[in-house]
Design a protein around this ligand. Structure first.
Ligand SMILES: [Zn+2]
Ligand SMILES: [Zn+2]
Length: 215
């Protein structure tokens, strides 16, 4: 079972965000790639350590999120240790992300600055294949983009094509709004983080098979 850990503030002197603090007055939409801090594995045997990198510029459909919590999933460990092969280093794991919106692109409809949101294990897909058209992006067989250790196929302006995705063990992330979830009001953000992978993985089959209490 995953557990939530608090991520470090995003810059020196930045106090860790409280979910009661007021939304920032204005979103300064970053037209340039922006600095991020993370914890990365540099090899299959090295411990995770501080890693400076950049997030892409906030595109018209992008949401920028200051990460407050990120669950620790066993997939993170398998990937960091290259136990499933195919890990590209440096590797910043983390796909149970909870945070606060700090900027939105000009065409973002669902999110506002200050809102509490989550990001799970996917951040993109081709949008054109049969699976994507049915809303089953997790079965996209063309350009499925995972939250980390994946090629960012649809990364818009500000990043080189084929940029590697880095996950939630980091200070901030930029994600297409279609892969961002709204956190219900009143939900404990730390407790919500593990729902984004471990939680949904167990809830989904229960719902699919309409399992009732006591069955
Ligand atoms: Zn997971
Ligand atoms: Zn697709």
């Amino acid at each position: 079972m995953a557990t939530a850990t608090k991520t470090k503030g995003r810059s020196a002197g930045h106090k860790s965000a409280s979910h009661k603090s007021a939304p920032r007055a204005s979103a300064i939409v970053s037209k340039e790639p922006s600095a991020a801090k993370g914890y990365a594995a540099q090899s299959a045997t090295s411990p995770l350590a501080h890693f400076d990198f950049v997030r892409r510029a906030v595109g018209p459909k992008d949401v920028q999120i200051e990460i407050m919590y990120c669950g620790v999933c066993h997939s993170d460990l398998h990937t960091a240790r290259n136990e499933w092969k195919g890990t590209t280093y440096p590797c910043v794991p983390g796909h149970e992300i909870i945070g606060r919106v700090t900027a939105v692109g000009s065409k973002v409809k669902k999110f506002k600055v200050g809102g509490m949101v989550g990001v799970g294990c996917m951040v993109g897909s081709c949008r054109g294949c049969a699976s994507c058209k049915q809303g089953l992006e997790q079965y996209c067989d063309k350009e499925i983009t995972f939250t980390y250790n994946s090629i960012d196929h649809k990364a818009p302006t500000g990043s080189a094509p084929g940029t590697q995705t880095y996950g939630g063990y980091s200070s901030q992330i930029v994600v297409d709004e279609d892969f961002v979830l709204k956190l219900p009001k009143g939900m404990d953000p730390a407790a919500a983080a593990p729902l984004l992978c471990a939680g949904i993985t167990t809830y989904s089959p229960l719902r699919h098979w309409n399992v009732k209490k006591g069955q």
